[in-house]
Design a binder for this molecule. Structure first.
Ligand SMILES: Nc1nc2c(ncn2[C@@H]2O[C@H](COP(=O)(O)OP(=O)(O)O)[C@@H](O)[C@H]2O)c(=O)[nH]1
Ligand SMILES: [Mg+2]
Length: 193
């Protein structure tokens, strides 16, 4: 549900990075922020909770084409991962255009990945969205850990609806932009139709 700024001739799109706590959402945003041209980005804003923060910033990618004369500005958000922040997780999903689900490849995190995806599904439903219909990307993060969950297992357990998926090592920036590009491309495709 992108919003249009006619004065600035900009389309505004919201991408939410969702996933279990400590999976690497903030790391993704920080990498994107740090490698984005200062002229094309806003401030990184942090809404501080007790122990976890919701982060967001917006930027205007230089390499993304205009749509009917409008530039596209992306607003990237992360959500806090823990249960007691469910209210703020729901809030962040308002007006979302696309989801990046950052899964943790550590063997002991499969349950957390599944639980987080379930919470995403129900939180989106509450807002009237269908997880299987909106632009969606899975990121299998932390591929550098010892004995990671095989990609095939992550795929079978989480990606039951044929969404795009990418392997990543977000701390090194590996796969971070592939993931983001996939989400933004899917959103632009929706906007063009
Ligand atoms: N080994 C490894 N650690 C990572 C990777 N991505 C993030 N981390 C680490 O995982 C921890 C949690 O990351 P963070 O981005 O804060 O997770 P968030 O809770 O989802 O926002 C931090 O210590 C990161 O440095 C990765 O690809 N590999
Ligand atoms: Mg975080």
């Amino acid at each position: 549900m992108s919003f249009i700024n006619y004065a600035a001739k900009e389309l505004n799109c919201k991408i939410v990075y969702y996933g279990p706590g400590l999976g690497g959402k903030t790391t993704n945003l920080q990498y994107i922020y740090n490698t984005t041209n200062p002229d094309s980005k806003g401030k990184m804003i942090s809404l501080t909770g007790e122990t976890e923060r919701t982060l967001f910033f917006d930027f205007l990618p230089l390499n993304i084409g205009e749509i009917r004369g409008f530039k596209t500005r992306f607003h990237l958000y992360t959500v806090p991962g823990q249960h007691f922040y469910d209210a703020s997780r729901k809030l962040v999903l308002k007006g979302v255009d696309g989801i990046v689900f950052v899964a943790d490849s550590n063997v002991d995190r499969m349950e957390d990945n599944l639980e987080s995806l379930k919470s995403l599904d129900s939180n989106l439903r509450e807002q009237g969205y269908d997880m299987h219909q909106i632009p969606f990307v899975f990121q299998w993060n932390k591929r550098d850990v010892e004995n990671p969950i095989p990609v095939r297992v992550l795929h079978d357990q989480l990606n039951t609806f044929g969404a795009e998926e990418f392997e990543a090592v977000a701390v090194k920036g590996v796969g971070v932009f592939d993931t983001l590009k996939s989400a933004s491309k899917q959103i632009l495709k929706v906007l063009r139709t």
